[in-house]
Ligand binder design. Structure first.
Ligand SMILES: Nc1ncnc2c1ncn2[C@@H]1O[C@H](COP(=O)(O)OP(=O)(O)OP(=O)(O)O)[C@@H](O)[C@H]1O
Ligand SMILES: [Mg+2]
Length: 240
């Protein structure tokens, strides 16, 4: 999906603040950020600094108290959450698969609910199973798959409707280095080959520094640095 001319911004936050009802401080404070279509951005910062909150605003699991959040030109406050969530691929640290459905069914489900023709669903699902390296495990239940395999099913699920944007919240947080690398490889393939925008929240210093992409760092709900290909020293915490 090449830009159609002019600036093509996938995500735009303008002076966004968010305070949870129970909290005495803001989870996000006056955050302004734009992310171009087709780019890859890491969102980093120590625990509790606002990464998940920022991502939740994009798929409208939370609403900002003030400021504007636009995704692909649409103000999320004006859009049904279900439509927003269908337009993007969302990946979580804990895979959140449907436990009573096979790998194939978990991936296919998001297309079925949109009433895509069954032949097309099957074709896409098979292609995705190849992409994530699970063609030979299509019939397994999540409980019969390793953590790394379950996360690859979850990535497949996120890709079924060919999103322009992938939002990933610590997708490698529960994985060992080898499985983390596979996750990165799959996302990078989709990013490069289909110009998909990736916003990736993580604590994984090694991944961030290896990929040398744009790094946005949050501290107490504010953007404190935003650098292209920047080296990140980490949070001074264990890095998963
Ligand atoms: N549902 C909620 N209700 C009240 N406070 C919340 C809620 N969710 C998050 N917070 C608070 O908002 C702040 C930001 O949390 P958030 O989950 O965005 O951080 P994070 O950067 O994703 O952290 P982690 O790296 O641990 O996932 C924290 O102080 C957190 O305690
Ligand atoms: Mg988080």
């Amino acid at each position: 999906m090449p830009p159609t001319g002019g600036i093509d911004i996938e995500i735009l936050l303008e002076h966004v603040s968010k305070r949870y009802a129970q909290a005495g401080y803001a989870a996000l404070e006056d955050v302004s950020l734009h992310i171009d279509s087709g780019s890859w951005v890491f969102l980093v910062g120590a625990s509790g600094m606002g990464k998940t909150t920022l991502l939740k605003l994009l798929y409208r699991e939370e609403l900002a108290d003030s400021g504007r959040v636009l995704v692909d030109g649409n103000d999320v406050a004006q859009m049904p959450g279900s439509r927003l969530r269908r337009s993007m691929g969302i990946i979580f640290q804990t895979f959140r698969l449907l436990e009573k459905k096979t790998a194939f069914e978990n991936i296919a489900y998001g297309a079925e609910v949109l009433a895509m023709p069954p032949d097309e669903v099957r074709k896409r699902t098979r292609e995705i199973l190849e992409l994530v390296g699970l063609a030979n495990k299509a019939g397994r239940m999540p409980g019969e798959l390793s953590g790394g395999e379950q996360q690859r099913v979850a990535i497949g699920r996120a890709l079924i409707n060919r999103p322009k944007l992938i939002v990933a919240d610590e997708p490698t947080g529960d994985l060992d280095p080898e499985n983390s690398d596979r996750v990165i490889q799959i996302l990078d393939t989709v990013h490069r080959e289909h110009n998909v925008t990736v916003l990736f929240a993580t604590h994984a210093v090694d991944i961030v520094n290896r990929l040398q992409r744009r790094v946005v760092r949050l501290e107490h709900g504010r953007v404190v640095s935003d650098a292209l290909g920047g080296y990140w020293a980490g949070n001074g915490e264990e890095t998963e």
